[in-house]
Write a protein that binds this ligand. Structure first.
Ligand code: SF4
Length: 333
């Protein structure tokens, strides 16, 4: 009996170490997950926060430590694509995005893991489940989007309505995900360098990984890359913005969407260049208050931050780029 208990304990320690190495999540302290983060850190009010805390894989990527993990497979040629793969390609790349603040979207790979409350109703995960194009979570493999997808982007017209094409990346993944293969990330930044005609809008919930995952020639930032972080409420702004503010980039932006609580940018000296705000939508959407958007708009106007109001819920319907106090707010930096 004693031996069985010791064996179980040893196995759970191995599981913890293995899981923690791959896990980006902010765990709830009561989570059933046996994550070492719970032991190592005190509990913040809601989710377990690891931002700013180096994962165990620091100093080498998770892939360095797991030599057996599969390397990215080349994507099959168009003629060999089955229906599922074709669907994945269409989903990973959007020449004309429905997202109001960008023109196009591109996910170099698909798959991610929830890391904070803003992820709770992740539509990318819902798509992945529906169309079965990849798994989700700390233990699911990410899926590379394929070479032809990447080639097609180079042929996109550089201008849209007189401005440089803005490409949101990644809609169905996170560029700074620990589980994404470093080779894919390196290839993505090659593509970014080779397409100076576009503006690449990289939005992440993992700014703590940026310093070690940005390319070595990042310097003062690539002129065609805007870096952004999601801040669904004040605590997440207070954690993520200072990291982004200390990272060189020609444009730094905040996505205050889904807005889950009021937000002020006043308490930090550095201010973002651009702030996108919007409510959560879809089934089970958590409510937001238009007064939150009024307050942050006024702060943006005072501080010279461009303000973009993406969506609000009115009469249980989503209204895109709505009027607020008699005016639509669709500013870009
Ligand atoms: S970081 Fe983005 S893509 Fe990843 S789970 Fe969260 S909301 Fe979804």
């Amino acid at each position: 009996m004693r031996n069985a208990a010791l064996s179980w304990f040893a196995k759970s320690l191995i599981f913890n170490a293995h899981h923690t190495q791959k896990c980006d999540a902010e765990h709830h302290p009561l989570s059933a997950c046996f994550c070492m983060h719970i032991v190592l850190h005190s509990a913040p009010p809601y989710y377990y926060v690891i931002e700013g805390v180096p994962p165990l894989g620091v100093g080498g990527t998770p892939f360095d430590r797991e030599g057996s993990r599969r390397l990215p497979q080349p994507f099959p040629s168009q003629s060999n694509l089955n229906g599922k793969a074709q669907r994945q390609r269409r989903i990973a790349m959007g020449l004309n995005s429905a997202i109001e603040w960008c023109d196009s979207s591109f996910s170099p790979w698909t798959g991610c893991q929830k890391v904070s409350p803003g992820c709770d109703h992740c539509y990318a995960e819902a798509w992945a489940e529906r169309y079965k194009f990849c798994g989700w979570g700390p233990h699911a493999d990410r899926r590379f989007s394929g070479g032809k997808t990447w080639t097609a982007i180079r042929r996109w017209s550089p201008l849209v309505d007189g401005h440089r094409r803005r490409i949101f990346s990644a809609e169905l993944a996170d560029i700074f995900d620990n589980k994404a293969h470093p080779i894919w990330r390196s290839q993505f930044f090659d593509l970014v360098r080779e397409t100076p005609q576009f503006d690449w809008l990289i939005l992440t919930k993992r700014p703590e990984n940026m310093a070690r995952m940005l390319p070595s020639d990042w310097g003062s930032g690539y002129p065609n890359v805007w870096l952004g972080v999601t801040a669904e409420d004040q605590p997440h702004y207070d954690r993520r913005w200072p990291i982004l503010a200390a990272t060189p980039a020609p444009v730094r932006f905040i996505s205050y969407e889904p807005a889950l609580g009021p937000l002020s940018i006043a308490r930090h000296e550095a201010k973002p260049d651009w702030l996108i705000a919007g409510c959560e939508s879809g089934r089970g959407a958590r409510p937001s208050d238009e007064d939150w958007f009024r307050a942050i708009r006024d702060e943006c106007l005072e501080t010279g931050t461009a303000f973009f109001l993406k969506q609000v819920m009115r009469n249980r319907r989503k209204v895109s780029t709505p009027e607020l106090d008699g005016q639509r707010w669709t500013q870009w930096p």
